[in-house]
Design a protein around this ligand. Structure first.
Ligand code: ADP
Ligand code: MG
Length: 362
């Protein structure tokens, strides 16, 4: 059983029980929605980060770990169209990390991002672990009652958009696995081999003609896409407040998987134009198409923490061009082919299966 089947089963078990009427949405979206008063809704999300699974300590400076722990939850709040307000931070760490500089750097990274978005750390819990760092970050956000954007609101004819660009975080992870480190950490003389080199046949391809310096700049920005994601908080607030999006999800598992989640919840399907998918420029710079296909990274690589949303045709002209300097791309349209995502590249169409990350893949 994979995690999504487990969540489905849990949702059914919980669904059979009696609900307080003020739980507007429980299991099944980026965050739960609770209605404390008739005016405002609270949205609540929690995210677990486990060392060795969700991050590698040797490649993750503590301040970036603190940043990412909050960023992933802010992204879920943005995915609901809500404004983040309060955070709770629970963590366990081994004694050597606790007694070294890592503890304070971790908290500083978390608080710096919290300050950026006016989020207050309101509580948490601490424990000592034998060996590994474990983090649970909880964020609460606010939205006018009824304005939260669910995964389930897309209708045939709605237009599909994505913020920013895709594939960078997955490329960053590959670079880490190949030995690349963010600049403050890297040792002189140890330069990671670029993406795709040594990956079997076709690995010829990389950055021909570009200088070592610009290649290094691309490597550094991709590492930061993976280690220090920028949640699209501003876009989330605008789409929720202006009631522009009919459905939304943040891209944590990968575009293919998250679009499937959105379509399944909306009882709809989607047609996506391959050429319209915004590819990360640094990925294009470093990857030869045959060595590591930027489109494949954009479709199936996770952790970009961009927003994927749908807009009714009559509202398309009301969409801002940019929010906080981040643009959007129109990538396709919702149709009535329930739970089916089709992708079209030139004259060729194929079924886009969910290929994103799963913890308990069979
Ligand atoms: P996301 O990637 O947006 O954080 P997940 O795939 O982790 O979403 O979770 C999907 C849904 O399942 C969410 O509504 C989440 O709250 C719920 N969920 C996940 N794990 C559990 C759990 N252990 N108990 C209850 N609900 C869960
Ligand atoms: Mg999410």
């Amino acid at each position: 059983m994979n995690e999504f089947d487990f969540i489905k089963q849990l949702r059914e078990q919980v669904g059979q029980r009696k609900h307080p009427p003020r739980l507007i949405a429980g299991i099944g979206d980026d965050a739960a929605i609770i209605r404390p008063t008739s005016q405002r809704d609270l949205v609540v999300t929690t995210d677990l980060l486990i060392e060795g699974v969700d991050f590698h300590r040797y490649a993750t400076p503590p301040s970036l770990l603190g940043h990412k722990a909050l960023a992933v939850s802010l992204s879920d709040i943005a995915g609901m169209g809500a404004r983040p307000c309060w955070a709770f931070l629970s963590f366990g760490m081994p004694r050597d990390t606790w007694n070294g500089p890592g503890r304070d750097q971790f908290v500083a990274g978390f608080l710096q991002l919290a300050d950026t978005f006016g989020v207050t750390l309101a509580g948490g819990d601490i424990s000592a672990t034998e060996e590994k760092i474990v983090i649970d970050s909880i964020v609460l956000g606010e939205v006018a009652a009824g304005n939260a954007v669910l995964r389930s609101g897309a209708r045939p004819g709605d237009q599909i958009y994505v913020t920013g660009n895709l594939g960078g975080a997955a490329a960053g992870l590959k670079l880490i696995e190949l030995g690349a480190r963010v600049e403050s950490q890297s040792k002189p003389g140890v330069r990671p081999s670029p993406l795709g080199r040594g990956q079997g046949e076709g690995g010829e391809a990389i950055a021909t003609g570009s200088s070592v310096q610009s290649e290094e700049r691309s490597i550094q920005s991709l590492l930061l896409r993976q280690l220090s994601p920028s949640p699209r908080v501003g876009w989330g607030i605008v789409l929720g407040e202006e009631r522009l999006a009919t459905a939304m999800i943040d891209i944590s598992d990968g575009l293919s998987s998250d679009l499937h989640h959105l379509c399944a919840e909306s009882n709809a399907g989607a047609l996506v134009e391959a050429d319209a998918i915004p590819l990360d420029e640094d990925v294009k710079h470093l990857c030869g198409r045959r060595a590591l296909d930027p489109l494949m990274l954009a479709l199936h690589g996770g952790e970009d923490f961009e927003l994927l949303f749908t807009v009714a045709p009559e509202n398309v002209s009301r969409l801002p061009k940019r929010v906080d300097g981040v643009a959007i791309s129109h990538i396709g349209e919702i149709n009535d082919q329930t739970a089916t995502v089709t992708i079209r590249e030139k004259n060729h169409e194929w079924n886009l299966l969910p290929g994103g990350f799963e913890h308990f893949k069979e």
